[in-house]
Structures are given as C-alpha cells and as structure tokens.
Design a protein around this ligand. Structure first.
Ligand code: GDP
Length: 458
C-alpha cells in the first residue's frame, strides 16, 4: 500500500447534505488530532478530558465571536467508525455557519477530506472489509426496500462471512500442500485428496450460487429495466403517465416529505421498476416498427421486462399474434396488455382471450393493480429472499468467476497427475481472487476507484 492512501492527517468534512433543507448539519472530523482541533474552537468543557461516546453542549468561537451553539459527539479511537478519534459537530444548518466552522477547523490544522476518505480509513484500519465499505455506498444510494435490505445485509457482513469461511478452509489445504513441497523428493501426502476435492466441489457450488444471484441482486439494487412497446396511439404514454402519476401521488401523500420523485421509476412492493426510453415513448416513436428491427432490438435488449401494449380498436387479433411472436423471439419476459378495454364489448374481449392478456384502460386507470401484480409475477420477484446473500456488484462477480476458474484447475490437478506445486499455485490463485472481494488483496488503483465514487463526507 502506498503512503498516498494512508495519511495521518486529521480530516474534516460536512457529513450531511449540503442542500438548504434540514435543521441540523453535522461536520465530522477523524484523526488523532480530531478532539484537540475541535477543542481549540469549542467553549464549554475541556473536550480532551471527556469520555468516549459522550455528547457536549457548547459554543464554537472564532476569537471572541460566537459562530454557533453546537453539540459535539466524541468517539475515541479505536471505538469509532474509522477506528481513529472521531468528532461530530452538530450545528444549525446554515451554509454560512458550516463554511465558517469548517474554515476554522482547517485553520486549526485539519485537512479537507477527500471523497470517501472516512470509509477508506475505516477499511484501512480494519473496521470494515472492502465489500462492506462498498455496501455503505449502496446503502446511502438505496431507494427501495429491496435495495436497502440487500445493502444492509452486505454491510453487516453477510457476504464477507460467507467468503471468509470458504477462504479459511482453502487456506488450510494450501498450507498442507505447501508442507508437502518442503519434503521435496519424499512421497508424502499431508492433504487428503478426496477431502480436498469434496471441499473444492462445495466451494464451487457456493460460488456458482453467488454468481447466479447477481442477476437478482442487480435487479434489486438498480431496479428492473422495463420497456413499453406497441404501435403509435395504443396508449403507451397514457399508461406511463398513469403509473408514474400514481407513484408521485403516493410519494407526495407522505406528510412532510419534500423528496424529489425519481423520474420514470415506480416502486411495487419494495421493488423498483425503471422505465427506459420514456423519451421515445413520449414522442410516440413506435418501438416495434418505426426505426427498424436493429434499433428496436437494441432498445429491447436493455430491458428485462417488456410491457406489450395492444389497441384492439385499431388492430386485429392476427396483428397482435404476429407482434407477440416477434417479441417472444427476444427471450425477454413480457406482459401482454390489451388497452382501451373501456371501448370493448364483452364479446370483443372474448376474442382476445387467447392472448391471455391483462385488460386495462390506461385512460380510465382500470386494471392497473392487476398489471402491477403481473409485473411482479413476471420477474418472479415476489418470492425473492432478500435476506439471502446476493451479489450486487460486478467487481465481485468478476472476482468470483476468476476464483471459479482457478478451482476448476485445482480439481483437474487432483484428478490428473500434476505435482503438488501446481496444485498449491492454483489454490493460491483462488484465494487471491476471493481476497480481492473483501480487500485482503488490493491495489491502490482499485481502492481509489472504489472510494472516489463516494461523496465527500462519507
Ligand atoms: P402512444 O402513442 O402509444 O403513446 O399513445 P397515447 O398514450 O398518446 O394515446 C393515444 C390516444 O389513445 C390518446 O388519445 C389517448 O387518450 C387514447 N387512450 C389511451 N389509453 C386509452 C384508454 O384506455 N381508453 C381510451 N378510450 N382511450 C385511450
């Protein structure tokens, strides 16, 4: 690890949102001098004499001038998030106060924190492993019950514990095999090959399950990408607006929230559905026909679910069947909706029954609940166990795949006459890639890449 990343400075940053909303702002310091630097501008008690995990009322002063009345929380290292001394100063949330206060702390010897630097320190000082640190970012970014739960599970170490156990078992075998190497010419076998093989098979199974959980994990974290397809004037925009407006109404019904609604996303039972190409829909571009097959396919391929909308007052059953055949060729789950059902007689409805559609009226907002149930059913998310360990990070998947490759080589080595040193090397490779996930193996580039995506103050 280079000295670039490990620094002894005491760092400071605003930990809360820098927006105008909210009554209180929290400024956070971390480092050996955190308490002394705060003490230099704080009037109340001598903070250097106070116990860890205590809160103190007082004023922040620049010379004789009182900047604000504040509460100071003290966490003495290693019993803190970063394992260093940490101070959190709660001030009134005024941009002016925050700037003055941070300015003062800088003058007294603190340094402005870089993006993610608090969490980086927590990682470097052993408070979190890398996958947990990444989960902190996911947790902060979570917008639905599902993404929250997956991030929380990862932050609390569910994933890490699973990997740790696998690593320990492998390390055990690696050391036995390496012991064999010490005996050189002598034909000794400390590591029981049958046991090793069954361990490898077990680990491969766990890893395969983790890799295949990525699809679900990713959907829970980022939402299900959905495309609404159908000819012009079938009611795509009307449907989209019906879904989105309902969502906005729900959100604004929650008293006291001023949360910005996320455009083009809806939340059904904690799962986010993200509509893609909504601009295209609003311009009533025909997703199926107008722009040529290639473009259509590209758009559709980004989706995990297609809502196929059909207007029975405009087209025949045969047209619908033909379009449905084209869509099924894409191998993406889709829901067939017959729109404008308000204009259909019971007899006309029966004609379309063969399509097993959901009948809706986007305009009258009829059938929307049935549609939502169908959306959930289609992506088979009703039964997702969010307390299962799910992989949500492409970096982790890549490392798991490399681990899997190395393990396959180990298994080959057991079944074929290869020497212990090759076996040992492949086990070490597998351990290396597992270690990349939790951060027991890292490079500065990797760390910079991960932590620079955090906000300042995290
Ligand atoms: P798009 O081109 O697929 O986006 O279609 P629009 O959403 O712009 O709708 C085309 C027309 O159909 C508009 O005049 C809508 O008011 C009308 N429309 C949409 N949904 C319904 C519905 O459920 N019933 C009826 N009667 N008209 C609808």
């Amino acid at each position: 690890m280079s000295t670039d990343l490990i620094s002894q400075d005491t760092i400071v940053a605003l930990a809360t949102s820098s927006g105008a909303n909210g009554a209180i702002a929290v400024i956070r310091l971390s480092g050996s001098e955190a308490i002394a630097i705060t003490n230099a501008v704080f009037k109340g008690k001598d903070l250097l004499q106070q116990a860890s995990h205590t809160i103190h009322f007082g004023t922040i002063r620049d010379g004789e001038e009182i900047i604000d009345e504040v509460l100071v929380s003290l966490f003495i290292g290693p019993n803190s998030y970063t394992k260093e001394n940490v101070v959190e100063i709660s001030t009134h949330n005024s941009k002016y106060i925050v700037e003055r206060l941070i300015g003062l702390l800088l003058k007294k010897g603190a340094r402005a924190a870089r993006a993610g630097e608090f969490t980086l320190r927590a990682f470097l000082n052993g408070g979190l492993d890398l996958s947990q640190a990444e989960a902190v970012a996911d947790l902060i970014a979570s917008t639905s019950a599902a993404s929250h739960q997956v991030a929380m599970q990862q932050m609390r170490g569910g994933f890490s514990n699973q990997l740790k156990k696998l690593r320990e078992d492998l390390v055990h075998f690696a050391s036995l095999i390496e012991l064999e190497l010490d005996f050189g010419e002598e034909d000794v076998e400390f590591a029981n090959r049958d046991q090793l093989k069954s361990l490898i098979l077990h680990i491969e199974q766990v890893i395969r399950r983790l890799i295949s959980s990525f699809e679900q994990g990713n959907v829970l974290k980022n939402g299900v990408p959905v495309v609404i397809a159908g000819k012009p004037n079938v009611g795509k925009s009307t449907l989209l607006n019906a879904l989105l407006n309902e969502e906005r109404a729900i959100v604004s019904d929650i008293a006291g929230t001023t949360r910005d609604t996320i455009e083009d996303e809806i939340n059904i039972q904690g799962i986010t559905f993200r509509f893609i190409d909504t601009a295209g829909i609003r311009e009533t571009l025909d997703v199926i026909e107008a722009k040529g097959v290639e473009r259509t396919r590209d758009k559709m391929k980004q989706a995990r679910l297609i809502i196929y909308l059909f207007d029975p007052t405009q087209d025949s059953l045969e047209t619908a069947q033909q379009q449905i055949t084209e869509l099924s060729a894409l191998n993406i789950a889709f829901v067939t909706l017959i729109n404008k059902s308000d204009l259909l007689s019971a007899e006309q409805r029966r004609d379309f029954e063969v399509l097993t559609p959901v009948y809706i009226s986007a305009k009258e907002q009829v059938g929307i609940e049935e549609l939502k149930t169908e959306l959930l059913r289609q992506v088979n998310l009703l039964h997702i166990q969010t307390d299962d360990v799910l992989v949500t990070n492409i970096r982790h998947v890549e490392a798991l795949q490399k681990t899997e490759d190395a393990l396959a080589r180990v298994r080959y080595g057991i079944d074929n006459p290869v020497t212990s040193d090759f076996l040992a090397m492949d086990i070490r490779q597998a351990l290396h890639h597992l270690g990349e996930i939790t951060g027991s193996v890292t490079t500065d580039d990797l760390l910079e890449n991960i932590f620079s995506k955090f906000c300042i103050g995290k």
